[in-house]
Design a protein around this ligand. Structure first.
Ligand code: IPE
Ligand code: IPE
Ligand code: MG
Ligand code: MG
Length: 298
């Protein structure tokens, strides 16, 4: 029998709305007192990102037989760390961008010191949220904290960012570029999936498969980001285009050309879908998201 078509658009919209509500509730607020730091956190966090990491986190929980709801705190924590990384990524000392998520970047809307602190505070809030997640057994929360910390630090995102900055104007080999992207973007995406499964109490074997899926999707996500930086539409993306070339960044279109980069991303999606071939229909959202990652225009 023909499988029923999965409605990805509705799934993504509903999941993002759920994440947005939870994120808003997690932001500290004191109605009696305007708080510049929280305003800056909110400016970047509540600006309408795609929420792909939290959505993957919840989809992984569902794929292993759990509920999206139980992964929601961990999912939000990933979005907070991701948003912090974007705020810092846009700073003059890094990519020096003035547009993000369709708004002026945090340091433009506020100032550099406030943007740095908003990033710091979002990262701290992320760990507080996971540690305090209601319902999840303490050992799962602890493991989730460890996974997020590892993915965001010197063996993950921060290391990838370091390499990105260090290699501006220097041509990397294809293997070096893949390794950099895997750290910069892949680590957080892979970890979001693993965390969702861990919080839902998954066994080691499905977690290994999800890692394989996450490695492929994570790399494909950044390859697509590179492609969109060349031929994307800034008004849809909510950020500037053409900046990688301007800053002599190492990116796939420069090393492989646009067509080969697209082929490479498509092949990665095949790898991702194969990695979770043994999963049942509950993994259909993950299958559909994998395809979306390379076909997106924002
Ligand atoms: C942009 O991430 C930066 C990368 C790591 C490629 P997203 O494309 O997920 O950005 P948002 O969260 O939707 O704004
Ligand atoms: C951002 O990478 C990656 C992180 C924030 C970790 P890029 O600098 O390539 O992404 P954009 O194009 O600014 O979103
Ligand atoms: Mg960057
Ligand atoms: Mg950037």
């Amino acid at each position: 029998m023909e499988a029923e078509a999965f409605d990805l658009e509705t799934y993504l919209a509903e999941a993002a709305a759920r994440v947005n509500r939870a994120l808003r509730d997690y932001l500290p607020c004191d109605p009696g007192r305007p708080d510049r730091l929280v305003a800056a956190m909110s400016h970047s966090l509540m600006a309408g990102g795609k929420r792909i990491r939290p959505i993957l986190c919840m989809a992984a929980a569902e794929a292993v037989g759990g509920r999206a709801e139980e992964a929601l705190p961990a999912a939000c924590a990933f979005e907070m760390v991701h948003t912090y990384s974007l705020i810092h990524d846009d700073l003059p000392a890094m990519d020096d961008d003035d547009l993000r998520r369709g708004r002026p970047t945090c340091h433009v809307a506020f100032d550099e010191a406030t943007a740095i602190l908003a990033g710091d505070a979002l990262m701290a809030l992320a760990f507080e949220v996971i540690a305090a997640a209601p319902g999840a057994p303490p050992e799962r929360r602890l493991e989730a904290v460890r996974i997020l910390a590892a993915a965001s630090g010197a063996s993950g995102m921060a290391q990838g960012q370091m390499r990105d900055i260090q290699s501006e104007g220097i041509r990397l080999t294809l293997d070096q570029l893949k390794a950099m992207h895997a750290l910069k973007t892949g680590a957080m995406i892979e970890a979001a999936l693993v965390c969702g499964a861990v919080v839902a109490g998954a066994a080691p074997e499905p977690i290994e498969r999800l890692k394989g899926y996450g490695r492929a999707v994570g790399l494909a996500f950044q390859v697509t980001d590179d492609i969109l930086n060349v031929e994307g539409d800034a008004s849809l993306l909510g950020k500037s285009v053409g900046t990688d070339e301007l800053r002599e960044k190492n990116c796939f279109p420069v090393l492989l050309g646009l067509e080969k980069s697209k082929e490479f991303a498509e092949n990665l999606i095949q790898d991702a879908v194969s990695a979770i071939a043994g999963f049942d229909r509950k993994a259909d959202p993950l299958r559909a998201i994998a395809r979306y990652v390379v076909r997106r225009n924002r």
